[in-house]
Design a protein around this ligand. Structure first.
Ligand code: DAH
Length: 333
């Protein structure tokens, strides 16, 4: 019997050496110490022994059982320690590693320019208005003295949605909308926004661009007010005196009309806006009496301003979202 017990013990020691998983350990333990394990089997055999032998053999079996239990306990502790070590290693957070940097963007250059213009004109007492980008033929053209079939409509080849609605070709319809809302009271507004024309995109043309419309209506408003306002604005925007010139032009909604050019750094005159005295027909349609009040209006091309100020070589740069371009302008908000 003693030999049998020794061999069981050796078998257990050897088996324990070859495992390192808790489930294997549990299985192994069951095969030695479980209800149907080797030790239990030996205990069962006790009943066949004589009364004399029983206590002696029983004691031997019990001693072996205790040794085995101690061995299994020890192995269990080892496996647990190892599992904890592995877990710690896997889940470790190295607080000394650099974090993931979140890049903070900037306002788009066009937004920066518009915000600058808004700040300037608000300072002169203007209000900022908005109008819809899907506009009716009525407001985009008719209310601006461009009746059906007017040749100037063709200059603004348009995206029509149906015969009566189109993507606005300029921000000027906001003039008409504001006049109707203001019911004959004085007006001093700007309206920044996107406008659309059917154009083949190239270095200087984009089918979508931005304008800032301006409208001032009141008593004794003259061309001198318009010129003074524009000069002050150009000086503010470029941060120094730039030469500008007012060129006689034609817009159906102003009379007289001018185009304003700014002298560029490479020695060219570049058109940045159209302007003029609000046409009497436009005042009338808007509910104002042209014999009592006058007004001036202007429409600034936002991209043109940016191109001039920052010497940008291609209008498409504003719309292609190339970060190498955009990141050069970190001003704004
Ligand atoms: N709406 C014109 C355009 O898109 C620009 C313009 C010219 C606006 C003269 C005005 C203005 O308010 O008075 O080309």
């Amino acid at each position: 019997m003693e030999n049998r017990l020794i061999s069981i013990k050796n078998k257990a020691v050897e088996a324990l050496l070859s495992i390192d998983q808790m489930t294997d350990l549990n299985n192994l333990k069951a095969s030695f110490l479980g209800k149907k394990g080797e030790i239990a089997e030996l205990m069962m055999g006790l009943k066949d022994l004589s009364n004399e032998e029983k206590p002696k053999v029983g004691k031997l079996i019990n001693e072996t059982k205790q040794v085995l239990e101690a061995l299994f306990e020890e192995k269990k502790a080892q496996i647990e320690a190892k599992e904890i070590a592995i877990k710690l290693e896997k889940e470790a957070i190295d607080v000394t590693l650099p974090g993931i940097k979140k890049e903070i963007g900037t306002a788009h250059l066009l937004s920066q320019i518009v915000e600058d213009l808004e700040a300037f004109f608000i300072g002169l007492g203007y209000e900022v208005k908005e109008g819809p980008e899907i506009e009716t033929d009525h407001y985009n053209f008719e209310m601006l003295n461009l009746e059906q079939g007017h040749p100037a409509r063709a200059m603004q080849d348009s995206f029509y949605i149906d015969p009566n609605r189109l993507l606005r070709t300029h921000t000027s319809p906001v003039q008409a909308r504001t006049m109707l809302q203001s019911e004959g009271k004085p007006i001093q507004i700007i309206c920044p926004g996107k406008v659309y024309r059917r154009d083949d995109d190239d270095q200087t043309h984009s089918h979508q661009f931005m304008q800032v419309e301006g409208l001032v209506i009141g008593k004794d408003i003259s061309m001198a007010n318009l010129k003074g306002t524009l000069l002050a604005f150009i000086k503010h925007f470029f941060g120094k005196d730039r030469e500008i010139r007012l060129r006689p032009s034609y817009f159906p909604f102003t009379e007289p009309s001018v185009e304003v050019d700014v002298f560029s750094e490479d020695g060219r005159w570049i058109e940045v806006l159209g302007a003029g005295m609000v046409h009497p027909n436009v005042l009338k349609m808007g509910g104002y009496n042209p014999d009592e009040v006058q007004g001036f209006a202007f429409g600034i091309g936002v991209e043109r301003l940016g191109i001039l100020k920052y010497a940008i070589d291609d209008i498409r740069q504003f719309y292609t979202n190339d970060l190498r371009f955009l990141k050069q302008f970190k001003g704004g908000r």
